[in-house]
Ligand binder design. Sequence first.
Ligand code: FAD
Length: 238
Amino acid sequence: MTEFDYVIVGGGVAGCVVANRLTEDPSVRVAMLEFGTDKNHKKQIVRAPLGMVTFMMPNLAFLGGTKMMYLYEAEPSRGLGNQKMMLPRGKALGGSSMVNGMIYIRGQKEDYDDWRDMGNPGWGYDDILPYFRKSENFVLASEPDATKNFTLGGKPVREQIDMNYHGTGGPVSVAPPRSPNPLCPTYFEAAKQAGYKLNADFNGEDQEGIGYHWLTQKGGERWARKAVTPTRPASART
Ligand SMILES: Cc1cc2nc3c(=O)[nH]c(=O)nc-3n(C[C@H](O)[C@H](O)[C@H](O)COP(=O)(O)OP(=O)(O)OC[C@H]3O[C@@H](n4cnc5c(N)ncnc54)[C@H](O)[C@@H]3O)c2cc1C
């Protein structure tokens, strides 16, 4: 009988990260149990950014979305006029990262600091920033021209980014959008005139403001690759 040191239930984002880190030590044996398929990362509808929109539309179920998603629903909510909220989750190796909106956003610095201050040493923003950097391959660092046509507040976006918040060489590719909506500059200008702050990098010093999102993409496609080599008994293969 095969023995394992660790069993991870669910090969989603968290499960894959934990498996990846544990297996950096080749002597460690990890079993990952994932309910969904390990083939989604190859499908064009998963890789193409707009594809995920179809997964949540019952009329487009023939495109295979329900095979990639659990279409959960919440209980009817009085605050929503007794409507049920849709709560989709990804069903595949890679979990919801195979179906999500690909927006790369780390969270607000103060929230992490609050966690630390509630008695969780190591969870402050300064403690975890090195791990965000370690996990990231920020495309702008290797391809400075990737945002050459992007401006915010009249200045090129790339000149407003503090690279101390970003990493290179990590497993998660983080890229600017390849085809931003041409109305973005007009929208940003309108926001500025209305008194809103512009922000060239929501993963930098401050999250507040209006600007472009970075995406977990590479070459304009969802960053989806096989993170682990699954081994399954022949009887479990479909
Ligand atoms: C439609 C959508 C859009 C989103 N957009 C964004 C976005 O733009 N940016 C962003 O940062 N986040 C986004 N998210 C959220 C983000 O994808 C999730 O927060 C993240 O994937 C959660 O990771 P997780 O490991 O907790 O769970 P998941 O990644 O969901 O992984 C859970 C895994 O467990 C498996 N599983 C469940 N039950 C079992 C079982 N009994 N046995 C075996 N396997 C099981 C599932 O199949 C799944 O693969 C989005 C999510 C969705 C659904």
